[in-house]
Design a protein around this ligand. Sequence first.
Ligand SMILES: Nc1nc2c(ncn2[C@@H]2O[C@H](COP(=O)(O)OP(=O)(O)OP(=O)(O)O)[C@@H](O)[C@H]2O)c(=O)[nH]1
Ligand SMILES: [Mg+2]
Ligand SMILES: [Zn+2]
Length: 380
Amino acid sequence: MAKKNKSKKVRVAFRKNRSKRVRESDFTRKFKKDELDHDQLTSGERVSGKGDISRKRTIHGVELVESDSGTTVHLEVDRTKCIAGRVLKVQGLVSEVMAEDEQVYHCATRRLLKTLATDQRHVVAAGDRVWIRTAVNNEGIIESVEPRYGVLSRASKNRQHVIVANVDQLLIITSAGQPTIKPNLIDRYIVTAEKAGIRPVICINKIDLVDPADLQPLAGVYGQMGYEVLLLSATDNIGIDRLRELLKDRESVLSGQSGVGKSTLLNAIEPGLQLRVAAVSSGTDKGRHTTTTAALVPLSTGGDVVDTPGIRQFQLWDVIPEEVAGYFRDIRPLINSCKFPNCSHTHENDCAVKHAVADGYLDTRRYESFCQIQAGEMEN
Ligand SMILES: Nc1nc2c(ncn2[C@@H]2O[C@H](COP(=O)(O)OP(=O)(O)OP(=O)(O)O)[C@@H](O)[C@H]2O)c(=O)[nH]1
Ligand SMILES: [Mg+2]
Ligand SMILES: [Zn+2]
């Protein structure tokens, strides 16, 4: 019978994360009695974030939602026994959850959530809205994760690494020096933000180290496309009021290379935070990866902000080469004028994008960045 085969397939998927149960076990086991019988789950369909349509399936109280943001798993839970909360940070198998009662609980994740095989590296991420069942000593268990919006994710070893969920603003933090600015990285972040429906804001920190006039060409390119660009100095208190204003009453995340000053900026806008910061290595100008986990902090002005660890490289998650041009605001309006409908804007004749570069309407660096990102996604 077909059903039998299907459940077999599911069991195989389950086993993948069952094989090495190291520390998670004891705490989780206490709650296991309430879990569904896994063998009742009869979905043999592929569970993956790689689909351009959004679909939902419900199997015995388990709802799988596939969308551009990846696959999320929702369990029907008895909410009378749970309280709502927001994940502040995830450290290994334990998530810190700020619950409605204003207390912070250290939570394990219900095994069934992890068991349903998905492409995600972590089932729970900072910023997630969850339902938890509490136990003694401020411990708890995450019973279900609410549907996400505004997901900042990247690819990590072919899986989706959700950096943070439920944000409406991405502050792309770069520094004018120490380390030097990487415009291609900005463009990668923008593609991700555009795809996820998160508003990108380009922040150039450490402007005290350079003549700000030198930054005008780069800032101008982004400004012309309609992106907000902030020139900042956390140490010399330049632009900090504007940054504070921008974060007020919003859900934001700061991301960028290590050492660009993400944590220093947050300490500047919200005195008392005391996030750990460290000088970049002299000689290499590289950051020391001081922040090690994404952490959500509520702001006294209202809103929340997530400080994240510095990234070495930003591999795009689930972006196909054909869609890259659509996420470049300066290229998107041109592509309908290309001769070939499937133009890759690289080697074709009569390409409106290439004409725009030649005529000086499209920034050469942006075009090169586009080619690099598109080619990179082709390799994946
Ligand atoms: N000159 C100058 N230095 C700054 C500025 N902002 C931060 N720094 C310095 O840059 C170094 C790195 O700052 P962090 O805040 O730790 O950088 P980060 O981006 O949080 O780094 P990770 O946590 O490793 O990702 C520290 O020595 C800061 O004092 C600035 O505006 N100007
Ligand atoms: Mg930091
Ligand atoms: Zn073209």
